[in-house]
Design a protein around this ligand. Structure first.
Ligand code: AMP
Length: 300
């Protein structure tokens, strides 16, 4: 099974209580694909500038991620600067430079066309929709977004939501889209806009899956030190969707386990700056942490 993902591939400057890093490799599609690569084949669609070189490419290659859909063009790669000095659960954005993404027209390589799973990672909803329209036959489509797009690109975002099976966003984004401060009411309102399943991430407090009239909650790993939460949401999504794609059937039980794998991957992402931890995991390490999650929540 293969997932095609479109989203930002970026350079990030990040400040957290643990320190500051300048221009490390980041981006929603980067974190997502590294995380999902521990579960299934991943193919990326994105655009990068002249500042993206062999060293960055090697990060994807080391995880066997297909980068034939990453277009290289003149200009600078997407750049994001943010900090988590007051609240580790939510980034404060200082700079968003779309750069080469501002004029990106995504093309799907022919070799990606048999992907059964599509993930629309965080990027301009206009681009998410263009990719969705070029892949009408996928079996399952999931997506993400953030306050930057919710605030000023609402009509385009609403079009994307109509075409999603699963939406993964955080509490604040859920409430922002719905214009409602009660999480459950907001979740129902967001689902009425399209997604059949909504996964709401609560940072260090875990994540809740809403479906039909029901809900399922997965915890987060109690970590003694959160070094850098950047990419935790995308890594959660990579674990969640990667695990689902690896299963013969996307049954309710598979969705529940996927929530735990999402939490596992999100927790690893926080342990080091940037993508460092996501690059060097092993499947036994992942499964060991999955078992810790089992124990965390087991009653008898
Ligand atoms: P998260 O998982 O929410 O922490 O995502 C962090 C990643 O999102 C960073 O690596 C950023 O490069 C990327 N990012 C930040 N703002 C945007 C945006 N407006 N559109 C797409 N990606 C973004």
């Amino acid at each position: 099974m293969a997932i095609t993902v479109v989203g930002s591939v970026a350079y990030d400057t990040i400040e957290t209580p643990a320190g500051k890093r300048e221009r490390c490799l980041g981006g929603a599609a980067t974190y997502f694909s590294l995380s999902a690569s521990y579960f299934t084949d991943v193919r990326v669609i994105a655009v990068v500038g002249e500042d993206f070189g062999k060293r960055q490419e090697a990060v994807f290659q080391a995880r066997n991620i297909d980068t034939r859909g990453i277009e290289h063009t003149a200009g600078k790669s997407f750049f994001w600067e943010g900090s988590y000095l007051e609240n580790l659960n939510e980034a404060k954005t200082h700079i968003t430079d779309l750069n080469v993404f501002a004029s990106f027209n995504p093309k799907i390589p022919d070799v990606y066309r048999d992907s059964e799973f599509l993930f629309l990672a965080n990027i301009d909803p206009v681009l998410q929709r263009r990719v969705r329209e070029q892949m009408p036959d996928v079996k399952l489509v999931a997506g993400d977004t953030m306050n930057y797009w919710i605030k000023d690109h609402r009509p385009a975002l609403l079009e994307v939501l109509k075409g999603l099976d699963i939406l993964l966003i955080n509490d604040t984004e859920t409430k922002m889209i719905a214009g409602n401060n009660n999480l459950v009411q907001a979740a129902r309102a967001v689902m009425a806009l399209g997604p059949k399943v909504l996964v709401v991430k609560h940072g260090e407090y875990g994540a809740t899956l809403f479906h039909g009239a029901g809900a399922f909650r997965a915890p987060a790993m109690p970590l003694e030190e959160v070094v850098d939460p950047t990419g935790a949401g995308d890594s959660f999504a990579g674990g969640f969707f990667g695990y689902l794609a690896s299963q013969p059937e996307q049954s309710p039980a598979a969705f529940r386990r996927a929530m735990f794998y999402g939490s596992v991957m999100g927790s690893f992402a926080c342990e080091r700056f940037g993508t460092e931890r996501m690059q060097k995991l092993t499947r036994p390490e992942i499964d060991e942490r999955f078992n810790i999650f089992r124990e965390l929540t087991h009653l008898d």
